[in-house]
Design a protein. Structure first.
Lengths: 399, 399
């Protein structure tokens, strides 16, 4: 007998609301220590005490970004950080190559157009990675060095695809002149992004992802080459003028009032990340991804992104013979587990499991076992039934 | 015998750090209920639960703004909100009148210039109010209606001056065509800003002031007349494109990930404000201002702004025969009370007492009595000694 969705306990029932479990690709679960840091009394942002915190978080951000470049903090969502990453280093009419294989690649093309850039889009189907050869061809053909920047999304949150940033960046370096501007919103802190080793010029990210803190902070790392471009940039800007942030950061402060309590949260989260260590963080994300994908395969459900380009932040599933939105509804109503839906034309066609940030092995087993029961109750027939929880647990136990 | 500052207990002593008292004009003290709301687990920003909160806070923001206009929430500081208020309704080359009698008026002139507006500044000395007659003269002379907007700071945080917005706005209305764009960052929630009654087109504010919540949220109220101007506005923008926020707000959501935990804080703070009631809130701020100013007068210290234009958010004091920075240092070191210093050319010349947001009668008496002792210990001689605490208490007791 299947459950009637209507009869399931309602998530709006306030008595159990703290049992809510976030398995979406942002906002991600926030550790208790970080939540409690946010509940501390606000202090003045021009005080020596706050400057001391700014100094610590800036140093730790550089550690996390694996860079000696400036890493600047803006009060904004990830989109604001990306906009800052674009409007400080380019001028109207500049030609840019934008990789687009999902909602966020599309967004950078939109921002670029809104600011009068000449946008040449390299597209791929949603769920497929960008073709690095297309970048090579266009960059090699640009003998007159008209292309000023390549703008690319590393982990495409809307599809769970990890683009091959390393190879694209190599072609950029062979071009020699253009900048590489990277959306690392869901990759930073979930997968290796060695900024200095690769020579990434501008890398933008947001707090509600691998950082394990609530939304509200954006981060932008800026290379010396990008700062040189900044000097000639003619785009209008004020709030997002990164030159002002750099000047203030040198004095451990900010040009405009920062969200003090979110900075408290950042301080604690970065301390936790340092304690875990970069290698362990990346290994954990890989392990959770493998476990999730193996379980989805054992369930007989199609994965949207191929294994070779699987993001370690989020896994998108394109179920057949069962409605994605029904799955999300039951997961939410009965188990109080939030999964993300599809965006734009993938709405209703996929669901997405976030496994980045403060997510443990146990969270994956919980999600997978709840998903298995949900599918059963929705009448889903697995074409080749396998032991699902066991499949999920293998990558977790072996490492 | 005077204290040696060096011998005073150090505020960096962690054991007493929770005793810190914020008496600066932002960030302001945050109520316990609001702090605890921020420590709640983050939820998905696309969930029905979050939309319900957005619906409630939007309705309550309209109540606080005394308007039926859209009131939009941006993830940004007050400066970001002001920038949004400028770049959505004007086009490069447009002529604007900017009132400037302090750091923030100056800032709006800078933003306007950064975006290519033709800026005509109406200035007054820092500490003096803007001359409303100058607005009248320039607006009356503009028979060809070239002036597209008047941009004015209501409460100038850097000096404690409340500009006569009502009169300036009346001249704007007589002009008939131009918009009025208001920085109400430290006036909203501290003094009456009846948006609909006066017909204010764009009003920007920030969370860390009268709202009693930490920094990180900006608010912009937009009139139908401003929306009409939006349609013809050619300034480039994306993150701060208020049209996107309006579209999303109609569905109780946001175009980009909002700072969920700060929205939790906003929800609770607005509930508290509704409970207190607008009239009581404004009366409390007036009372605290009167008490502060009367006490400063009894101390024989010069007030920067005249009584007639005193902001109910912040009081600036320009001490003679005693160093402003010494006062701040002792207040901080010995009593752990944070006062603000002067900005730009007033640095070292004034100190500022913030009395907006979650500030009570007791807080004023605490600050004033600590200030009296501080001055004594710094060797300050009051030219005509009066009973200072009694002076402060009179406005508090009589109301």
């Amino acid at each position: 007998m299947y459950w009637q969705i209507e009869q399931l306990s309602d998530a709006e029932d306030k008595s159990m609301e703290d049992k809510h479990m976030l398995m979406i690709p942002g906002p991600t679960p926030v550790p208790e220590k970080v939540l409690l840091a946010m509940a501390k009394h606000t202090i003045g942002h021009r005080s020596p005490e706050f400057s001391q915190i700014m100094e610590e978080v800036t140093e730790n951000l550089k550690w996390l970004h694996q860079t000696n470049n400036d890493v600047l903090i803006v009060t904004a969502s990830g989109t604001g950080a990306m906009e800052a990453g674009i409007i400080n280093f380019l001028s109207p009419g500049d030609r840019v190559l934008v990789g687009s294989n999902g909602k966020f690649g599309d967004r950078w093309a939109k921002i670029s157009k809104a600011y009068g850039l000449e946008v040449d889009t390299i597209a791929a189907e949603w769920g497929q990675p960008l073709d690095t050869e297309e970048f090579r061809t266009k960059l090699e053909a640009d003998t007159e060095k008209q292309i000023k920047a390549v703008i690319v999304t590393h982990s495409e949150t809307s599809t769970g695809v990890l683009n091959d940033l390393e190879t694209i960046n190599r072609h950029v370096k062979e071009h020699g002149e253009c900048l590489i501007i990277v959306d690392a919103v869901t990759s930073l802190g979930a997968v290796n992004v060695p900024i200095d080793e690769w020579g990434l010029d501008v890398v933008a990210s947001g707090s509600q992802k691998g950082y394990m803190i609530p939304p509200g902070l954006g981060f932008v790392s800026v290379s010396p080459k990008a700062w040189a471009a900044y000097e000639n940039c003619t785009m209008p800007r004020f709030y997002f003028d990164l030159g002002q942030y750099r000047k203030s950061a040198q004095k451990n402060t900010t040009p405009f009032t920062p969200p003090v309590n979110l900075i408290f949260a950042l301080q604690v989260a970065l301390q936790m990340m340092k304690e875990e260590g970069l290698e362990n963080i990346f290994a954990r994300h890989s392990r959770l991804t493998k476990a999730t994908r193996d379980a989805i395969k054992a369930l007989g459900l199609p994965l949207l992104a191929p294994d070779e380009c699987a993001s370690t932040a989020v896994t998108a599933v394109a179920p057949t013979n069962v409605e994605a939105e029904q799955i999300r509804k039951v997961m939410k109503k009965h188990f109080d587990i939030a999964l993300a839906g599809g965006q734009d034309h993938l709405k209703g066609k996929i669901f997405r499991i976030g496994h980045l940030g403060f997510v443990s092995d146990r969270d994956i087993l919980t999600t997978i076992s709840s998903l298995e029961i949900t599918l059963q109750q929705l009448g889903y027939q697995n074409p080749a039934p396998k032991k699902v929880v066991k499949a999920a647990s293998k990558p977790l136990i072996l490492t």
